[in-house]
Design a protein around this ligand. Structure first.
Ligand code: 9WN
Length: 726
């Protein structure tokens, strides 16, 4: 992993260096020359991994321009870079307001308050966190004042939900959510103050940016704020755009948690931020949840009605922990549907910003469809928070893929991944660095656990050596009863959509006791009773998957299967006269007595009696169905003899189209799960792997690249995450 991504991390750092001005980072080299509020937050998160000093300076520069009422402006203008953007200070005229910090040029609106999250990260990722404490002490009152401003000025009814009053405040400027409220505003173009857009002067396609009609409304609102001298009470009375937005409130809610953490670190009371977090979370769950749509929506305070438009912003309450378990489950379903282009459902890269099934969806227009790294990054954290680890993992790996394949762009085509907007975009680079670090850390922990735990036991552990025998099951019926029992365990304790197993509940259940009892019956089972290829496949695949689960429970493995590397070789079931470990089942029975990776010999020696029952020829698709108790392997499921071929087909398709396969045509490279290295011979060598990829890949572009470059294509292997799928 380290080697694979090192060059790209360097590239990302280089982008941040190029955009660095000496005190802040420009979001993009020419399109956005000033300092932007939430961009700086995301950028500081990325930098926190390798440059604490600049990360701190980034945040401090932004907060130097904090208004006296606590508001942190959307843009802090660089006096040396004026002229290239619209609107600039001459248009905002914030000097009409007495709260503006002296000597600073800013806009008169704010943005999603990600900063406390960034500050906490700066502390946690610092090489010497103690040295960051003085910064925490300096910035904490400013962060607190920002949150206080939002609750005081933007939540007049004290609901726990703050409003935004301009689409630019949302950070998702032309999101379809604003169409309704903006559409209701009657804007007379001739009566607007004259203005000229500058965004289209930077070579971006106008079809990928907000329309002129949008800009008229943006300008109308700014003009209204000016006329109110930026007095919030006056604005509130006349502003036609006051919206409680799930994205903004989710970020605020999550930032309150970080604020509480920071308070703890500097011995301040965390009571206020914690009570805000709770209040906002509850309010979102109550007011913004749309039961039928299974998503959170915005609320229009002017029309006093919910805005029933579903965008990716509606998933972000997961990031804040504001959704109930049930809401999270329903959100997951919505997320995993064609609307948001779940993997294998339309060849999407991560989650597009708008429901792909809606008429207004536009795959390349700014916030009306494309994929944005920051939104998906928050979503992945949210999914992880609710235990959807598998989806979070794949989302994060897919996110890495976008800059790798298409460049460090501002946003990406939701179907093909093509980069749009500005290249060398700051938060894309910064969050890429953060994502890569996420993987390194996972690897380090697993390696530590493994190093500590090797050699826990050296003798065979036979799991089915109990005295009690299942009384009702005749040996001939045992295979069927065992398969039914395994299916029962799957139904009760495996979460197939998350690829997780609830080991604790399973350990204490009567179904598990019953399963263990049935395994004792295996000692009387005659393997020659298994007839039929599909029956054998299902028997061994299911038994393999269950001996791993049984081993994890019996050996009380907590974090990683590498705690007990012998799990696969020493933990066994007695079947008839013979003993079978997971390795015996896999390399012996299912792979036709093959050589395990890096081993000199085949699994069974020449005179081994178990060779009488090998499954030959082997079916390489088993590697997408065998669960090894880790996060990187196949999601756990039950395989039915009748449908097993279809299930294996599905498993292969889903694996090949997941983030375990990343095709990088420009570099003539494919990044692959290590499964393809360990079992390359089963797939028929490198050529066989390429054939398989072509057979199953849904992405035409990637498939064509493989076909055209087959001869010089290089394989690199993606780090395998051994942490438990608990
Ligand atoms: C207006 C800087 C900003 C981002 C926003 C993004 C875009 C500005 C614009 O660029 O907005 O704030 O001029 O389009 O929508 O999220 O912070 O990168």
């Amino acid at each position: 992993m380290l080697r694979i991504f090192a060059n790209y991390v360097d590239k990302a750092k280089h982008i941040l260096d190029q955009n660095w001005t000496g005190s802040y980072t420009k979001p993009a080299p020419s399109l956005y020359p000033h300092q932007w509020n939430w961009d700086s937050g995301f950028i500081a998160m990325g930098r926190s991994h390798y440059d604490t000093r600049r990360a701190i300076l980034e945040i401090e520069t932004l907060f130097d321009a904090q208004w006296q009422n606590g508001m942190v402006p959307q843009i802090v203008f660089n006096p040396d870079a004026l002229g290239g953007y619209f609107p600039e200070p001459d248009f905002w005229q914030t000097e009409r307001c007495s709260k503006v910090p002296p000597g600073k040029l800013t806009s008169g609106i704010t943005m999603p308050p990600v900063h406390a999250i960034a500050v906490e990260k700066i502390y946690r990722n610092a090489r010497r966190p103690r040295t960051v404490l003085p910064f925490l002490e300096r910035i904490y009152p400013k962060l607190l004042s920002l949150h206080r401003y939002l609750y005081r000025e933007r939540d007049p009814k004290e609901e726990g939900l703050v409003y935004i009053r301009h689409p630019w405040e949302s950070g998702i400027d032309n999101s379809p959510t604003w169409d309704g409220p903006l559409g209701k505003m009657s804007v007379d173009r001739a009566a607007l103050p004259p203005y000229q857009r500058k965004d289209l002067e930077h070579g971006v396609d106008p079809a990928m940016r907000p329309t002129d009609a949008d800009y008229d409304r943006y300008v109308y609102l700014v003009d209204l704020f000016r006329q109110c001298d930026y007095d919030e009470a006056k604005i509130r009375e006349t502003c036609p755009f006051l919206i409680q937005d799930p994205l903004f409130n989710s970020v605020l809610c999550r930032a309150n948690e970080s604020l509480a953490e920071i308070a703890g670190l500097i011995h301040e009371s965390a009571e206020m931020p914690l009570s805000w977090a709770k209040k906002t979370a509850e309010a979102m769950g109550r007011k913004l949840w749309h039961r039928e749509h299974q998503i959170f929506d915005g609320f229009d305070l002017v029309a006093n009605e919910p805005i029933e438009v579903d965008t990716a912003a509606g998933f972000l309450p997961l990031y804040a922990g504001a959704a109930s378990r049930e809401q999270a489950r329903l959100i997951y379903q919505r997320l995993d549907s064609t609307s948001f282009c779940a993997l294998q459902q339309g060849n999407c890269f991560t989650v597009p910003n708008y429901d792909t099934q809606k008429e207004g969806f536009d795959r390349s227009n700014y916030w009306r469809g494309p994929v944005w790294i920051n939104i998906n990054w928050m979503l992945a954290h949210g999914l992880r928070r609710y235990g959807y680890t598998l989806k979070a993992d794949s989302l994060q790996k897919d996110l890495l893929q976008l800059p790798l394949r298409f460049g460090f762009y501002e946003y990406f085509d939701s179907f093909e991944g093509t980069g749009y907007g500005s290249d060398n975009f700051g938060w894309t680079a910064a969050l890429f660095i953060d994502l890569v670090h996420g993987f390194y850390e996972g690897k380090k922990t697993s390696q530590r656990v493994a190093a500590k735990a090797r050699g826990l036991f050296s003798l065979d552990v036979v799991l089915n050596s109990g005295e009690k025998m299942p009384d009702l099951v005749a040996p001939s019926k045992l295979a069927g009863a065992l398969m039914r029992s395994i299916r029962g365990l799957r139904d009760a304790f495996y979460d197939t959509s998350r690829g997780r197993v609830d080991y604790e509940a399973l350990r204490q259940s009567s179904q598990y006791v019953q399963y263990r009892l049935l395994t004792n019956g295996l000692r009387r089972f005659d393997l020659s009773r298994l007839v039929g290829r599909r029956d054998k496949l299902a028997f061994w695949v299911n038994l393999y998957n269950t001996i791993v689960v049984d081993g994890i429970v019996s050996l009380n493995i907590k974090r990683s299967v590498q705690e007990a590397p012998e799990l696969f070789s020493r933990v066994k079931y007695a079947i008839g006269e013979d003993l079978f470990s997971a390795d015996d089942m896999e390399h012996g029975m299912l792979r036709g007595n093959a050589r395990p990776w890096l081993h000199l010999r085949r699994q069974f020696g020449p005179a081994d009696p178990r060779k009488a029952w090998l499954l030959k020829p082997s079916d390489p698709r088993i590697h997408f169905a065998l669960v090894c108790g880790s996060r990187s392997c196949a999601p756990i499921d039950y395989y039915d003899a009748v449908t097993i071929y279809d299930q294996l087909e599905e498993a292969a398709k889903s694996f090949v189209n997941s983030s375990e396969v990343i095709v990088l045509p420009d570099e003539s490279k494919v990044l692959l799960s290590e499964i393809f290295r360990w079992y390359e011979s089963d797939f028929g060598g490198k050529g066989g792997v390429l054939d398989l990829l072509c057979d199953y890949l849904g992405d035409d572009h990637a498939r064509r690249a493989i076909q055209e470059q087959a001869e010089n294509l290089r394989f690199e292997y993606i780090y395998y995450d051994w942490d438990l799928n608990r």
